[in-house]
Design a protein around this ligand. Structure first.
Ligand SMILES: [Fe+2]
Ligand SMILES: [Fe+2]
Length: 155
């Protein structure tokens, strides 16, 4: 059984965003699989970089969807996303000097807890707004990775 599993109650009402969450969970599981005492740090660094990139991508898509449906709590939601990206960048930098397995396990648990909480509480709050909404689905499909750069520049 994998370390972290997506469950149906985590569905936020839009397949494209659920798929993103499943991909993030898959990367965290990859990370969990590369934390053995004999594993070097490079696999973990790669997984953390993948997690950071995919998280930016997912947040960009999610924010595009929420903007398209004029979600009222978008600013607060974006702030949560920004804070997590900053934490993730710091963790990735700290990891280079992290030695023992216990610390690595803490890092893993933090990522799992953060994502679980964020999906079940923060993301779940927009479920009714995007479920079955054509504008939301269209915005999710239309989003391209390159859009991240323009949204980031917009602050
Ligand atoms: Fe979110
Ligand atoms: Fe999300």
């Amino acid at each position: 059984m994998s370390y972290f599993q997506w469950k149906p109650e985590m569905s936020v009402g839009l397949t494209r965003l659920d798929d993103d969450h499943k991909s993030l969970i898959a990367i965290i599981n990859r990370l969990a699989g590369s934390l053995g005492p004999d594993d070097g740090n490079s696999g973990v660094q790669q997984a953390l970089t993948a997690l950071l990139r995919y998280t930016e991508h997912h947040f960009g898509r999610e924010e595009a969807v929420l903007r398209a449906v004029n979600y009222t709590a978008l600013t607060q939601h974006r702030d949560e996303h920004k804070r997590f990206i900053r934490d993730l960048q710091e963790l990735r930098a700290d990891f280079a000097t992290m030695e023992d397995t216990e610390q690595k396990q803490k890092l893993l648990d933090f990522l799992k807890d953060w994502l679980t909480h964020h999906i079940l509480i923060e993301d779940m709050a927009y479920k009714d707004r995007v479920s079955g909404d054509k504008t939301a689905a269209k915005a999710a499909e239309k989003f391209s990775g390159a859009d991240i750069w323009t949204t980031r520049l917009a602050g």
